[in-house]
Design a protein around this ligand. Structure first.
Ligand code: F6P
Length: 373
């Protein structure tokens, strides 16, 4: 009897249960494997907290948001234990063998792909699936969770229009996406935002002001500004570049750490940037301005049809890969098909929005201000 393990790790998103179901049903019924779920990501592998996956568990979960397995952001090599972290990779390897696992499937985003690679290096058979609303995982056209979040964010922008028009206000709406602009760009275009700011195109706040004033002169006395949580001004990008360069040039470990810490601090301090921008725009445009942060709403609830399809396609393809005993891959979606991509090509790489992406060009052509011209 072939036994496989499965866990979900990192931020939750719609489609996780659909992927667990696709993988589980195909593995149980089609390939006669048994399946053990580990709870709360890599933490469950360390603490050996399991859920035996049977057909019953998989019934009725296709449409549910979140994950029946639970999730966490814990990393195998930096597991929080009290007030410190410890490398628990050896414990994971031990538990893996104690259960007689043939392989473990890690479902997650960019961080999970890196952590899965660490388990490969520790000698385990691993296959991964790409999930995230950020859509920033390398080597896959799209990750499940993104389409649903795009739909939720677009609907939110639609709704903000009527209130912005009625009050003649500027509404800044902050969208998730980590350091990538896919969600803000996609929802901004689909929702008809007047300004879209994404991390890949650092912006000049004066140009945003100009665009809003120009609209007001033409009789549009409101504006919707869609901002990615990771968007930065041109000046801030220069700061980041300097810190990155310092980190690269550092000879001593201490110097490297100092640059790393400074970068971390920059990103921590950056969380308020949309609030600051809203205040700045109120002052510079003379128009009343409000901020809406969509936050975790973008990750909750039932997956869209496209995400259910994608998660089922990838989950079942994963079972097939396991049946073929092919390990060390992420199951990606490429065109209409699935592809097994070596994990080393995925781990540590991010898929950012190319600045000449057709979505960027489309946004510019409909007159959207991207903050750089
Ligand atoms: O990766 C998904 C994501 O929602 C990002 O868009 C966001 O930056 C992050 O997770 C938020 O993480 P948490 O839920 O841990 O606050």
């Amino acid at each position: 009897d072939t036994c496989i393990g499965v866990l979900t790790s990192g931020g939750d998103c719609p489609g996780l249960n659909a992927a667990i179901r696709g993988l589980g049903k195909a593995a149980l019924d089609h390939y006669n494997m048994s399946v053990i779920g580990f709870r709360d990501g890599f933490r469950g592998l360390v603490q050996d907290r399991t859920l035996r996956i049977t057909s019953d568990q998989l019934s009725g979960i296709l449409t549910d948001g979140g994950t029946i397995l639970g999730t966490s952001r814990d990393k195998p090599h930096k597991m929080p234990i009290g007030d410190r972290t410890e490398d628990m990779t050896d414990v994971i390897v031990e538990n893996y063998h104690r259960h007689g696992l043939e392989a473990v499937v890690c479902i997650g985003g960019g961080g999970t792909q890196k952590n899965a690679m660490r388990l490969v290096e520790a000698g385990l058979n691993v296959v991964t699936l790409p999930k995230t609303i950020d859509n920033d995982i390398a080597e896959t056209d799209v990750s499940f969770g993104f389409d649903t979040a795009l739909q939720i964010a677009t609907e939110a922008i639609d709704r903000l229009h009527s209130t912005a028009t009625s009050h003649h206000r500027v509404i800044v709406v902050e969208l998730m996406g980590h350091r990538a602009g896919w969600l803000a760009l996609g929802a901004g275009i689909a929702g008809g935002a007047d300004v879209i700011l994404i991390p890949e195109i650092p912006y000049d706040p004066n140009l945003v002001t100009k665009a809003i004033k120009r609209r007001a002169r033409r009789g549009h006395r409101f504006s919707i500004v869609a901002v990615a949580e990771g968007a930065v001004t041109i000046e801030q990008q220069q700061q980041i570049d300097t810190l990155l360069q310092e980190k690269k040039d550092a000879q001593e470990k201490d110097e490297k750490k100092a640059a790393s810490d400074a970068l971390k601090k920059f990103h921590e301090d950056h969380v308020d940037h949309t609030l600051l921008l809203t205040g700045q725009l109120e002052e510079s445009t003379g128009m009343e301005s409000r901020l809406t942060i969509l936050g975790h709403l973008q990750r909750g609830g039932t997956p869209s049809a496209a995400d259910r399809l994608l998660a089922t396609k990838l989950g079942t393809a994963c079972a097939r890969l396991l049946a073929d005993r092919k390990y060390g891959y992420m199951v990606a979606s490429q065109g209409d098909s699935t592809a097994a991509v070596p994990l080393e090509k995925v781990a540590g790489n991010k898929k950012l929005v190319p600045t000449d992406h057709p979505w960027v060009e489309a946004a510019r052509r409909v007159g959207t201000c991207m903050g750089d011209e």
